[in-house]
Design a protein around this ligand. Structure first.
Ligand code: TPP
Length: 594
């Protein structure tokens, strides 16, 4: 039976085990969609409300499944809309393949309708691989390379298929001149450096008595090995934001997040350690790592191009995190001195007590930290969390205690607003049997989340576990930036840019048939979470929370404090509430519960 290029493209995706393609229609991909009409799933076409959301869903799917995310969009505007989601993939090193339409070959170069120079447009975002299929014989190779390159470079790649090419009869590459054959699949090596390098690395780690370990998303499969190393050396472990789910927070030596959104125990551990091991992280803020001459350091990373550039490390081991740690462990000596480790454990214990007191500080009406605190103890062991960029990212990083097999992610490097809800949708397609929870500011909700609730409505009945909870931090403020302006620019809140129009998020959710609840009393929060976690459908929790609690890091510099004070003196509309709430919150760090 003859097949056209669109049919073959779907067949090839199926052969690559692609289950879902997140996208949006348009005549640039009409041929492909026509093929979908007759094709059996997989792959299933999942339609978002906007191509940027489709790209975020592909990124969320890839992050939570460990597989390649695939998205599709029409030429011109559809291709433009995908870009922010693809940049999110690029910066967080996530494998995503974008399939994009283009005007017919006969019109290319003719300033035709919806014709853009897609190669120039995608040159940066898909710098690892972007090509146009202009003849059917090219297709297997271009698609297969896009898949393999996305996997090996952990990056977005793109294939452009003009609309008329999608409808051409497919003919495979011949055993002939100027033909490029192709093949499916790829097996990656497990790289480990040689014994001499392992022994040099171990010498560094064995030389100190105060080891700090920093893990990132590249250490995800190495949980057991990191635990063993930390136990043997009496070390503490801090987690970069994208590595929050690498180790559970109930291990007594896990200090939690690091950096601007980080914890005090992580900060203090880095300031006091004498040896440092970085595994699978490219955490960029060196001011949160030890002073450059303070610690002897080793780094393990799969990518030689990104190792040794965040700290003056003595030994850089390029290799798979799990295999390298396994090979390194026999060289690592037992540290019998437990003083360092005991100090870290005490810091962590009092830190969590402080977090609880901060979350319980009275606010007007709800303290946003309490949303996270009440959720934390109720989280099912298999929950998948997403957080949006905004104040939610701070509370996600600091207040959620991960246990069991919990997963979580956010836009770590692009730090774009908008992926909270679509990531959770991607998570549900990756794991329909697990609950997903999106923690999202009202600005992000107005930007993307409200529309994407419609996508949830379209699909949730297919998920074996229909729980997808969206918690909205309803503060009528673009709060994170309001605080950045105060703390960094010494500028008062600019009402014109920072205040948001009031929206009834629960009402909108109810109109879609979801379970929904508006929370204005902190005492109701626990029960609201219980009901949402027991629901037989998606839930929106619209929590009216106080914008005047500063998402100030526990180690805010004196300059930042002075800037914030100056901003308030300059006539910030919320100054008295800010002063009151800021003082009450900060005071918890110094109260006896520490
Ligand atoms: C696409 C995009 N636009 C703007 C920003 C800058 N920005 C970062 S956080 C933020 C405020 C987010 O407000 P909201 O979603 O309401 O959350 P809140 O901080 O108020 O909790 C803004 C404007 C961004 N990161 N991404």
């Amino acid at each position: 039976m003859s097949m056209n290029v669109g049919d073959y493209l779907l067949q090839r995706l199926r052969e690559w085990d692609v289950d879902h393609v997140f996208g949006y229609s348009g005549d640039g991909i009409n041929g492909l969609m026509a093929s979908w009409v007759d094709a059996d799933d997989p792959p299933r076409f999942i339609e978002a409300r906007h191509e940027e959301m489709a790209a975020f869903e592909a990124v969320g799917y890839a992050k939570f499944s460990g597989r390649v995310g695939v998205c599709a969009a029409t030429s011109g505007p559809g291709a433009v809309h995908l870009l922010n989601g693809l940049y999110d993939a690029k910066l967080d090193h996530v494998p995503v393949v974008a399939i994009i339409g283009q005007t017919n070959r006969t019109a290319i170069g003719g300033s035709y309708q919806q014709e853009l120079d897609l190669h120039s447009l995608y040159k940066d975002v898909a710098s690892d691989y972007v090509h146009t299929v202009s003849a059917p014989e090219q297709l297997p190779n271009v698609l297969d390379r896009a898949m393999r390159t996305a996997m090996s470079a952990h990056a977005p790649t793109a294939i452009i298929v003009p609309a008329d090419v999608q409808e051409l009869e497919y003919s495979p590459p011949q055993h002939a001149f100027k033909m490029v054959p192709s093949s499916l699949g790829v097996e990656f090596p497990t790289t480990i450096v040689d014994e001499d390098a392992l022994s040099r690395a171990a010498d560094v780690l064995n030389s100190g008595s105060k080891l700090a370990i920093l893990v990132g998303q590249g250490a995800r499969d190495a949980r057991r090995e990191i635990e063993e190393l930390a136990e043997r050396r009496g070390a503490g472990v801090a987690k970069a934001l994208l590595g929050k789910d690498v180790l559970p927070d109930d291990l007594p030596y896990v200090t939690g997040a690091i950096g601007l959104l980080g914890t005090r125990p992580s900060y203090e551990m880095m300031m006091d350690c004498d040896t440092l091991l970085i595994v699978g992280s490219s955490f960029p803020y060196s001011q949160f790592l030890p002073e450059f001459d303070q610690a002897r350091a080793v780094q393990i990373d799969a990518d030689a191009g990104r190792i040794g550039m965040r700290y003056p490390t003595e030994v850089n081991l390029v290799g798979d995190a799990t295999a390298t740690l396994r090979a390194l462990l026999p060289y690592v000596e037992q540290n019998s001195n437990s003083t360092w480790r005991n100090g870290i454990e005490q810091n962590i214990e009092s830190w969590w007590a402080t977090m609880e007191s901060e979350a319980m500080v009275e606010a007007d009406p709800v303290n946003p930290m309490r949303i996270f605190w009440e959720l934390s103890s109720r989280l099912p062991d298999d929950a998948i969390m997403s957080a949006d960029s905004g104040s939610a990212a701070n509370w996600y990083a600091r207040h959620l205690r991960f246990r069991g097999n919990m997963r979580g992610s956010l836009s770590g490097t692009l730090a774009t607003m908008g992926p909270g809800v679509p990531y959770a949708i991607g998570a549900k397609f990756a794991h329909p049997d697990r609950p997903a929870i999106a923690l999202v500011g009202d600005g992000a909700m107005q930007m993307n989340g409200l529309a994407e609730l419609i996508t949830i409505k379209k699909y949730y009945e297919e998920w074996s576990d229909p729980r997808l909870i969206v918690a909205v931090l309803h503060n009528n403020d673009l709060n994170q930036v309001t605080w950045e302006m105060r703390a960094m620019a010494g500028s008062p809140k600019f009402l014109e840019t920072q205040n948001l129009p009031d929206v009834d998020y629960a009402l909108w959710a109810k109109s879609l048939g979801f379970s929904a609840r508006t929370v204005t009393d902190p005492a109701e929060l626990g029960e609201a979470w219980d009901v949402a976690l027991a629901a037989d459908r998606p839930t929106v929790l619209d929590v009216h929370c106080d914008p005047n609690l500063p998402p100030i890091p526990p180690h805010a510099t004196l300059d930042e404090m002075k800037s914030a004070a100056t901003a308030l003196l300059k006539g910030d509309a919320d100054r008295w509430d800010v002063i009151k709430q800021g003082f009450k919150t900060k005071a918890q760090e110094f109260l006896p519960n520490r």
